[in-house]
Design a protein around this ligand. Structure first.
Ligand code: HEM
Length: 323
């Protein structure tokens, strides 16, 4: 399927054929079922990342240990490492689903190996799996807090819940900012992703407008990772790669804004524009803003000023600043 003004790509193809007696409208239940294959791949990826993190802890080469030397007991802290692994698969799935979403709402490349309908379904299933992976990441962090807590079960559970899920509940170190950023990503991802399934009640236009803000979920996720991930705590190729991976997203976002699938979203000249001049100025500044983001990303990557801490000293016992 190619996107054309008559068939805006941001309206699900499944919906378009529903009235014609074709496929049934996707529901949360049908999409949850369809999410199983890529969910299983996500679990396998998480397992592989966990194995890598665990092996690096055992070998003493993980930068998590430079930040938190007490975590050298891999068996004891396995839930923390599994939480890290789910964080990485969540971020990867978020990246994939954002790329798919931008391909759907912008000009679809002729070389895309999947039909529009398959691409849309994959976008929905990877989105559902992203939410599940973030939830698993946070829940394992909470489980580790419970395990480490010497208070009784109930008190430990209550503290872990507050520290993990209540903004402001985690009140020490970088986590004071980084945890609420992660929570904001999770709490925004749920409505902005799931409102799709009630779009007939809220109106497809309302849904489309709200769903656009889902890019904020992705930005918050990357910000949270670069701020708090101990595997990207220090300068180095891995941190640089995370920054580099944001370039295709920014470029696709720019292309999507310059050549939207829906004709009504095109930025016409100020005279040809029929809406308000404020709306036109906002659209123009959005496009210019993305150009600025791309320039900033290139600047960060070239200069290496990417917020990474300098490599730890030989004796890492004094460098613990992550709590
Ligand atoms: C309730 C929300 C969240 C909580 C409580 C939370 C908690 C944490 C914690 C405690 C860390 C530090 C782990 C370390 O030592 O490296 C962390 C890192 C990380 N988080 Fe989250 N997070 C949340 C949301 C998210 C979201 C929305 C994403 C992405 C989609 C994400 C992805 C990551 C990644 C990739 C890391 C780096 C792990 C590493 O360095 O190995 N988190 N998170």
């Amino acid at each position: 399927m190619t996107s054309s003004p008559a068939q805006p790509a941001s309206e699900p193809a499944d919906d378009r054929v529903a009235g014609a007696g074709g496929r049934r409208r996707p529901t949360l239940r049908s999409d949850l079922r369809a999410s199983i294959p890529d969910g299983l791949i996500a679990v396998a990826v998480t397992g592989a990342v966990f194995a890598l993190i665990y092996a690096r802890i055992l070998a003493g080469t993980s930068s998590t240990l430079s930040v938190m030397p007490f975590m050298a007991d891999a068996e004891k802290f396995w839930m923390y490492f599994l939480s890290q692994a789910f964080g990485w698969s969540a971020l990867l799935w978020a990246w994939i689903t954002v790329v798919l979403g931008l391909l759907l709402s912008g000009p679809r490349p002729s070389w895309a190996p999947l039909s529009g309908q398959r691409l849309e379904r994959l976008h929905r299933t990877t989105s559902l799996n992203t939410i599940a992976l973030i939830a698993a990441h946070a829940l394992l962090f909470a489980a580790e807090l419970v395990r480490a807590d010497t208070a009784g079960w109930f008190a430990a559970l209550a503290t872990a819940f507050v520290e993990t899920f209540v903004p402001g509940g985690y009140d020490s170190g970088t986590g004071k900012i980084a945890i609420p950023i992660g929570q904001a990503a999770l709490y925004l991802a749920i409505p902005l992703g799931l409102l799709f399934y009630v779009r007939h009640r809220i109106g497809p236009k309302t849904w489309r407008v709200l769903h656009r803000f889902v890019i904020a979920v992705y930005v918050l996720s990357v910000w949270h990772t670069l701020l708090y991930g101990t595997n990207v705590w220090y300068d180095g190729w891995f941190r640089t790669t995370i920054w580099l991976l944001q370039l295709p997203i920014a470029a696709l976002l720019l292309v999507r804004l310059l050549r939207p699938a829906r004709r009504s979203e095109k930025l016409l000249g100020p005279r040809a524009h029929t809406g308000s001049s404020t709306g036109w100025a906002l659209r123009l500044s959005g496009r210019l803003g993305i150009v600025g983001v791309i320039a900033a990303l290139i600047g960060v990557i070239i200069s290496g000023a990417d917020g990474g801490r300098t490599a730890p000293p030989e004796d890492t016992s004094s460098s613990h600043v992550h709590d």
